[in-house]
Write a protein that binds this ligand. Sequence first.
Ligand code: GLV
Ligand code: MN
Length: 225
Amino acid sequence: MASYNIIHLVVCLTFLSLLQLPMPSHCADPGPLQDFCVADLSSPLLVNGFPCRKPETVTSNDFFFDGLQKRGRVFNPLNVNLTEVDVFAFPALNTLGVSMNRVEFLPEGENPPHTHPRASELSLVTEGKLFVGWVSTQYILYWKVLTAGEVFVIPPGLVHFQRNVGEGNAVFYAFFNSQNPGISKIAPTLFYSTPLIPDQVLTTAFNVNQTIIDLIKSGASVLLP
Ligand code: GLV
Ligand code: MN
């Protein structure tokens, strides 16, 4: 029976490739193989995701998260507070392929250009007025100014940002199709890596002299998480 299934799979794949049909792409997390798999974040095992806790030790409380209610939030030097609800904050998300962030902005606050290597992002503004934009691989900027109740989508892996362009504070929620979307911020990636990218690479890449690279580097540290 098993060998029949393998032969069937090979025949189907060969047929699809002969037809030159586009193969389905899987840019989201793989689907779960059980009802739930609450992450054991302390396990020494290294797997794709996290090992599951024993189901008999899991209770309703494991599927509940109240971290967004916490008050006394700290804003970063760019006037933004970001609360991640990913598998590290909420281990029940392990294998479920979803997560979210809440992002709050003081006036002129900015969530600077960044990418999520493992997820698309769906952004819902609930308060204020936000300039939201992302840049395609053809270097086209797609953007909108969103107010409460409006949604913008950001394709996986593309550079995007948000800036508060209203008079007061702004808030939005970002939803991801990954338990661990990851974040690569452009400025610290280029100017504050460990070890640093050689200056010759940066002066060539930006077609500027060393003084300008030094100037950018002197400010990039505030952009670190
Ligand atoms: C916004 O882009 C976020 O990643 O939270
Ligand atoms: Mn984002």
